[in-house]
Design a protein around this ligand. Structure first.
Ligand SMILES: Cc1ncc(COP(=O)(O)O)c(C=O)c1O
Length: 484
């Protein structure tokens, strides 16, 4: 047997060769690798180099060594993870006590302040993709074309609802989600955040109660708090979304609910999609109780499947659903372009938008409109969805391999977020702080509710391409979860 030290370059080359074959599926789970002797012959390297390559892949969770049988492609460890716990269907909705209410604002400020204090090398708390995942060059070309075709754009006023050409493109694309809109039904906004702000201002007054999913996106809790409203947290299933039964119970017991806000497709942080029959039930229930339904569909276009996901608005027959969207996740995180259709509150929303911020800049709208008019947007989405799926799977595998036993996870069918339930006794606050001290940022479960009940959860982002650095950060995060 040769005993010289393995050549670093050679063994990484051999490892890279088999890593690619495993990740592309050419070598499927359970497949036996050729014997060490034949690998030596095949690659013309020493036995120790081959062994080092196999051990590297074993450490990465891609191969497993079976005594006296050789190396085999590891079966996905994710299969070993249990899905995240379902909420108790009879659990009461949670409304903060207005006298003892420490709002989400304090938690988010605390999170932001701590993040600012520590330099970060790996950010697993983002809810959008890496800049390279978006069509930078094509958008630049579209912007230059927009300026050439509309040289007056920077000095002329924008129509109050937004650029008409852009709104026409949005109306055509809304058909895929089952919505029948005209350009006049659409109002362009500064991202989804402004759309939700306007929707809630149109349908409620300070002091009112707004029903939301629990857990929910902390930005929504911030909007609610900033408008002087109170969030009523409705139990939400990590696999089927908002519990319509629990909402119905809340309508009966709380009486005064001014609006419901829901993220039906790839909810943040759960990643779940409401089945169509639940979406239809939700729309019918809100209509029967005359409670406006605000729908945030910011992630809907990021499904792994080619089949477009329906929006709640598709079942709306009376204008009771306000639908909000944005290009922040799907096309251009650097452009604050969102949109909404306000149902029977459209006129009031237009007035509020005028009073609040006036119309959005035209250049960004015309640029996105130009880009979306052809097939470029669809081609970009196909690429982005494929990339996010691969990143989600690799992140889930790393969690399965590196987090302690008792960790639970649901695998969403789209989007860029994983909601991880840590074993009994873990605290997201402690994990967040310990990870931050080592330069790793992750979103603690505490941010997604006004209560403490998600302290055992972390939201892990899969927006950035997998890399050795992200793998190492996830491995370290697993050790931190095991130790705190
Ligand atoms: C569910 C949800 N809604 C809205 C937003 C914010 O959207 P925008 O950046 O378009 O204002 C986010 C961002 O993370 C989100 O996750």
């Amino acid at each position: 047997m040769q005993t010289e030290r393995p050549d670093t370059l050679l063994y990484s080359r051999v490892a890279a060769h088999y890593r690619r074959a495993i990740q592309s599926g050419v070598l499927p789970p359970g497949q036996r690798l050729p014997s060490l002797r034949s690998l030596v012959r095949q690659h013309g390297v020493s036995l120790s180099t081959v062994l080092q390559a196999c051990r590297t892949l074993e450490d990465e969770g891609l191969l497993e060594a079976r005594p006296r049988s050789g190396y085999f492609v590891q079966r996905p460890r994710r299969a070993r993870l249990q899905p995240v716990s379902e909420p108790d269907p009879g659990a009461a909705a949670l409304v903060p006590d207005p006298t003892a209410f420490a709002g989400i604002h304090d938690r988010v400020s605390d999170f932001v302040t701590k993040c600012e204090r520590h330099p970060v090398h790996t950010n697993l708390a983002l809810a959008f993709g890496a800049p390279e995942a978006y069509p930078q060059e094509a958008l630049k070309t579209a912007a230059l074309r927009a300026l050439r075709r509309h040289p007056e754009v920077l000095v002329s006023p924008v129509p109050p609802q937004g650029d008409p050409g852009f709104r026409a493109v949005l109306a055509r694309r809304a058909l895929a989600g089952g919505m029948h809109l005209t350009a006049d039904d659409i109002l362009v906004t500064h991202g989804c955040t402004e759309a939700i702000n306007l929707a809630l201002r149109a349908v409620s007054r300070p002091g009112d109660v707004i029903a939301v999913e629990s857990p929910t996106y902390f930005g929504l809790l911030q909007v609610i708090e900033s408008l002087g409203l109170r969030a009523l947290e409705i139990p939400t299933s990590p696999s089927r979304g908002l519990s319509v039964e629990a909402l119905e119970l809340a309508f009966q017991t709380h009486g005064q609910i001014a609006a419901v806000v829901v993220v039906p497709n790839f909810q943040n942080p759960l990643g779940c999609v409401m089945p169509d029959e639940e979406k239809a039930r939700l729309v019918a229930l809100c209509e029967a109780h005359q409670v406006p339904l605000v729908e945030d569909d910011i992630y809907g276009a990021l499904s792994d499947s080619d089949q477009p996901l329906a929006c709640c608005k598709a079942w709306d027959r009376s204008g009771n659903v306000i639908h909000c969207g944005s290009f922040h996740k799907t096309l251009a995180p650097g452009m604050r372009v969102g949109w909404m259709t306000g149902g029977r509150w459209q006129d009031r929303i237009r007035m509020l938008k005028h009073a609040q911020s006036r119309p959005n800049d035209a250049l960004a709208q015309i640029t996105i409109g130009e880009f979306m008019a052809g097939h470029a947007f669809d081609r970009h989405l196909v690429r982005l969805r494929r990339q996010l799926k691969a990143q989600r799977e690799r992140t889930a595998e790393a969690v399965a391999a590196r987090f302690p036993s008792g960790t639970r996870l649901n695998m969403p069918g789209g989007g860029m977020l994983l909601w991880v339930e840590m074993p009994e006794g873990c605290s997201s606050r402690r994990v967040f702080e310990a990870a931050l001290r080592e330069g790793i940022r992750v979103a603690p479960g505490l941010l997604f509710s006004n209560s403490e009940r998600f302290d055992r959860f972390l939201r892990v982002s899969c927006g950035y391409p997998c890399s050795a650095q992200i793998d190492a950060a996830l491995a370290r995060l697993g050790e931190i979860v095991a130790s705190v």
